[in-house]
Every structure is written in structure tokens, then in C-alpha cells.
Design a protein around this ligand. Structure first.
Ligand code: ACO
Length: 321
């Protein structure tokens, strides 16, 4: 028995914002952004929401898998930018999809959110509790970005990606590792609603993303290769046995740093961040869906997925396509 991805889908907002467009907002240049990050443009919501994008991505994943919404037993939304505190985004997506038989809830592990949700679904299915799960990473980061801060506003994009996983007799997920380091939470953070009641004086801070870019960079190139090595060891594979590394799309230089430490050629690290920027929990499933629809994923291929981000959170998974 294994747990296998049987369908993928994704949805992006219509509006494309190029690096040149951003020069109208902040003191930056296409050259600086491309050289430091690899990003050329990103999609930015002009009305699309975490829920609407997630529902579209889910519909496509269901169609790709040949399954109906009513068959879904578990629906997980990974997001750090939900529209509402309550109800959770997953229940709103459930309603839009008509996935009436699913148990639905959200999970927030920032850019590692999709991976942690995939592992949660894997555990439920392995334990025999559910037969299948629809997992979606969806973000509208443009809501929490300070559009006057050139250090962060050039990095992010909006979008959603989904996969349907199912209990299978074919090999699927082979191994998983997950890690969290809450002591480093300060390096990448965004305040939520603050305490505001009649008994205290107001002390509002700006609810925007704040980041120590260098610390994030150092964390990613140090911890991600070691957690990939850990999951490869767990599954008795070598880095060279892997056909594709589908990593969180934060920054081209981070991906290059990870590839170098693993001693693996860059052609095994597909990237789409030049077109979509960093979409946090949506990054991995959107890239996976693009690869799937381009026909680049052949049955029997070995993939490593790895997510890393605020928390700090990071993890990796090995699976057979
Ligand atoms: N355009 C032009 N200049 C800029 C911009 C910009 N958009 N942003 C910053 N600068 C300037 C700075 O003000 C600074 O100027 P100064 O020397 O006059 O003070 C100079 O560029 C260098 O700034 P640094 O922050 O030191 O630049 P660095 O080389 O570290 O690159 C970057 C910044 C790209 C953010 C890098 O640290 C990085 O890639 N970090 C990883 C962060 C990341 O990917 N975060 C995504 C979210 S987390 C995640 O998904 C895992």
C-alpha cells in the first residue's frame, strides 16, 4: 500500500506584473531583481482570492485525476494568507467545489505549508482513516506585502496549486522528513490582527511581511540540502538516483546553492519563478502541475519535493511518479 499523487491542477491571477512595472512603485530595476532572485514577473491578484484560486486549482486537479468532488474525503488548504479567520479557507473551498463528503481544514507552515499538508494527508491515509485527500497550497501574498518596501515587494506572487492523492497499490510517497525551528521566527514574519479591546491602549504595528533576507538565504542553503540528504538516506537512495528536484521557488540563487551542495546538475531542478515569483505554499504544487501538463513527469520517475520558509519550517519528500 502506498499514497500516490493521481492528479494536479493550478490557478494564477490574470494580472502579470513585470519587474519594469515595479520600477514605477519603488527604486529598483529589472537587472537587480533578475540578478539577485531570478524573478522576471509575477501574477498579482486584482480580485482573485485564496479561496477562488484554490477552488479553481482543485477543480483542475480533480479533472486531471478523473474524480468527482463528492468523492473527496479530506480537503486540506495550506495558506498563510487566508481572507478570513473563520471559517477556514478549506471549508469555503469545500462549499465552492461541492465536496460535501470531505473533512476540511487549513494548515499554516508558510512556504513549507503544502509539503506539511501532503505529509498530513499521507499520515491519515497510511493510518487507514481516509482513502484520498485533496491538498492545495493557495496564497494571495500581495495582501501582506508592503508595496513601498523594495526589499520584499519584488519577491512575491499570488497563485494556487493542488494535488489529489489516493491510497494505491502502485509505489507513491516513499519517505518524508519535516523540521521546525521556532527560535528563528523573527527572520521572516508578518503580524496578524493584534490585541484590540476596550481594556488596552492601541499599539498597532504594520501588518506587513518583514524579512532578514540574508538570514533566510543562509538558512535555506544550509538546512535544505541536509534535510534532502536525510530523506534520501531514509529511502536508501543517492542524490543521483533522483530524476527531478521540485523545490520551493523562493529564489534562483537559493536553488543553485542547494544543487551545488547536493552535487547535482541544475537541469534536474526545474524552475518557474522567473514567471511567477515566490508564491509560498503554492510554489511546489504549481510547478508540479506545470511539469505534469508539459508531459515532463513519466511514470516511475523519482522526485524529491522540498519546501522551506517562515517558522522556520522545512521538509522534504521522496516519491515515485
Ligand atoms: N532593488 C534594488 N536594490 C535593492 C532592492 C531592490 N528590489 N532590494 C534591496 N536593495 C538594495 C538594498 O537596499 C541594499 O542597498 P545598500 O547596500 O545601499 O544598503 C542592497 O540592495 C543590498 O541589499 P541586501 O539585502 O544585502 O541584498 P542581498 O544581496 O542580500 O539580496 C535578497 C537580497 C534577494 C532578498 C537576498 O537576501 C535573498 O535572496 N534572500 C532570500 C530571501 C527570500 O528568498 N525570501 C523569500 C521569502 S522566504 C522563503 O520563501 C523561503
Amino acid at each position: 500500500m502506498s499514497v500516490k499523487i493521481i492528479g494536479t491542477g493550478s490557478a494564477l491571477p490574470e494580472k502579470i506584473v513585470t519587474n519594469d512595472d515595479l520600477t514605477q512603485l519603488v527604486d529598483t530595476s529589472d537587472e537587480w531583481i533578475k540578478e539577485r532572485t531570478g524573478i522576471g514577473s509575477r501574477r498579482i491578484s486584482t480580485g482573485e482570492t485564496v479561496v477562488s484560486l484554490a477552488a479553481q486549482a482543485c477543480e483542475k486537479a480533480l479533472e486531471n485525476a478523473g474524480r468527482e468532488a463528492a468523492q473527496v474525503q479530506l480537503l486540506l488548504v495550506a495558506t498563510c494568507t487566508p481572507e478570513m479567520g473563520i471559517p477556514c479557507a478549506a471549508c469555503q473551498v469545500q462549499s465552492l467545489l461541492g465536496a460535501a463528503n470531505a473533512v476540511a481544514f487549513d494548515l499554516n507552515a508558510a512556504c513549507a505549508g503544502f509539503l506539511f499538508a501532503l505529509n498530513t494527508a499521507y499520515a491519515y491515509i497510511e493510518a487507514g482513516i481516509y482513502e484520498n485527500a485533496l491538498i492545495v497550497g493557495s496564497e494571495v501574498l500581495s495582501k501582506i506585502v508592503d508595496w513601498t518596501d523594495r526589499g520584499t515587494c519584488v519577491l512575491f506572487g499570488d497563485g494556487a496549486g493542488a494535488v489529489l492523492v489516493e491510497r494505491s497499490e502502485q509505489p507513491g510517497i516513499l519517505g518524508f522528513v519535516q523540521h521546525s525551528d521556532g527560535t528563528k521566527g523573527e527572520v521572516l514574519k508578518c503580524d496578524s490582527r493584534q490585541l484590540k479591546n476596550p481594556y488596552i491602549s492601541l499599539t498597532f504595528d504594520s501588518p506587513f511581511v518583514k524579512m532578514d533576507g540574508r538570514e533566510v538565504f543562509a538558512f535555506a542553503v544550509r538546512q535544505v540540502p541536509s534535510c534532502i540528504q536525510e530523506v534520501l538516506q531514509q529511502t536508501q537512495l543517492d542524490a543521483g538516483d533522483v530524476d527531478l528536484y521540485v523545490l520551493h521557488q523562493a529564489n534562483r540563487r537559493i536553488v543553485e546553492g542547494i544543487a551545488k551542495r547536493l552535487g547535482v546538475e541544475m537541469d534536474k531542478f526545474p524552475m518557474n519563478l522567473d514567471r511567477v515569483g515566490n508564491m509560498s505554499s503554492a510554489a511546489i504544487p504549481v510547478l508540479l502541475d506545470e511539469l505534469n501538463r508539459e508531459g515532463r513527469l513519466q511514470e516511475g520517475m523519482t522526485l524529491v519535493l522540498s519546501g522551506f520558509g517562515a517558522g522556520l519550517t522545512y521538509g522534504a519528500c521522496v516519491l515515485r511518479w
